[in-house]
Design a protein around this ligand. Structure first.
Ligand code: HEC
Ligand code: HEC
Length: 291
């Protein structure tokens, strides 16, 4: 009797294992096909000037959009993650130094990366948040490209991306933003410019950079990855609803909340938010309080 039960348990486990292998195989093939797909978008004219005000704006955008968190402080790129389950995630060397962008990487290539989420070969960029940069105004897009086009060359050769099973499955389930190109509305035109006056409109425009973690409705949710803290609600119904503008700005520039909680930069990138101007932070505060 026991032997018979064991035999059936064995068969059941075997069937489950085969089913899991089949499901994983399907996911891996599906994701690989999507990553190998070639896209082609119509070129868009963008006027790029490199006067000193534009370059200063581009430098500021690099600081507040977190480019350096992934592409390293010198934008020479880095390995963001390298372990067997998740795999190797590599943010490119964005300079023209050895190991960096090819010598003929031009403005159209920059637009393809930042607007559409594809590389020079037309294939999707992996884990590059182009679904956020695509929402930049024309003015900011051109400032960012002008600035990045003249950063000092960095000699750093990096290995290729190599996704592990956890990244593939999470990407497949939409829990990890691997393929921005699929999330972008490519027909949506860029807005020419956004009012730089303090207020809700400017705050909403800037808060796109918070949405990847705090979710598009800013109400937070589950941790971004196992081992990380849950992401808080930062609308008027969360702590922010009880804070003054000053307390909000202090939190985002020092990493300490009025409740005395210390934010770790790896969880909540406050070293990035510390680089926003007072007007920008006050605008984000007004926007968050309005929702
Ligand atoms: C969350 C991390 C992350 C952030 C933030 C980020 N990037 Fe990336 N970026 C990546 C990764 C990873 C790649 C490599 C994609 C690939 O090789 O498929 C990449 C690729 C690129 C590319 C394409 C380069 C190439 O090799 O074709 C450009 C251009 C780029 N990023 C610019 C930027 C700029 C400018 C910013 C800031 C506005 C930025 N990135 C912010 C992760 C990031
Ligand atoms: C990389 C993910 C990430 C990004 C990007 C991000 N946050 Fe956070 N944020 C977090 C996490 C995670 C916490 C919670 C940390 C903790 O509990 O220690 C947090 C905490 C906060 C808090 C404290 C809330 C409280 O109730 O104490 C505020 C305020 C905040 N974030 C605002 C922002 C704003 C504004 C932006 C955009 C400009 C932003 N965050 C961008 C992940 C992020």
């Amino acid at each position: 009797m026991i032997l018979k039960i064991l035999k059936w348990v064995g068969i059941a486990l075997g069937v489950i294992l085969v089913a899991l292998v089949a499901v994983y195989g399907y996911i891996a093939v599906n994701m690989n096909n999507r990553m190998e797909r070639t896209y082609n978008f119509e070129a868009e004219p963008l006027r790029i000037t490199s006067d000193s005000a534009t370059l200063a704006r581009g430098r500021h955008l690099v600081a507040i959009k977190g480019c350096q968190d992934c592409h390293a402080a010198d934008l020479g790129g880095k390995i963001m993650n390298d372990d067997a389950p998740v795999g190797r995630l590599v943010a490119s060397n964005l300079t023209k130094g050895p190991g960096g962008l090819p010598g003929d990487y031009n403005e159209a290539d920059w637009i393809n990366a930042l607007r559409h989420g594809i590389g020079k070969d037309g294939k999707p960029l992996i884990f590059m948040p182009s679904h956020e940069t695509t929402l930049l105004s024309e003015q900011d897009m051109s400032a960012l490209i002008a600035y990045c086009g003249q950063i000092p060359a960095v000699n750093r050769s990096l290995p290729d991306n190599e996704l592990g099973p956890v990244a593939l499955v999470m990407g497949f389930m939409g829990k990890m933003p691997l393929l921005s190109v699929e999330k972008i509305d490519h027909q949506k035109p860029m807005v020419a410019s956004v009012d730089s006056v303090e207020g809700i409109e400017l705050g909403k425009y800037l808060a796109v950079s918070c949405s990847g973690c705090h979710r598009p409705d800013m109400k937070g949710g589950e941790p971004l990855a196992p081992g990380f803290p849950p992401v808080p609600d930062i609308t008027s119904s969360g702590h922010v609803g009880k804070w003054s503008a000053r307390q909000f700005i202090t939190t985002l520039t020092t990493g300490k909340t009025p409740e005395g909680h210390v934010l770790k930069n790896e969880d909540m990138p406050w070293k990035m938010t510390a680089q926003y101007t007072q007007t920008e932070l006050a605008s984000i505060y007004k926007y968050l309080r309005s929702i």
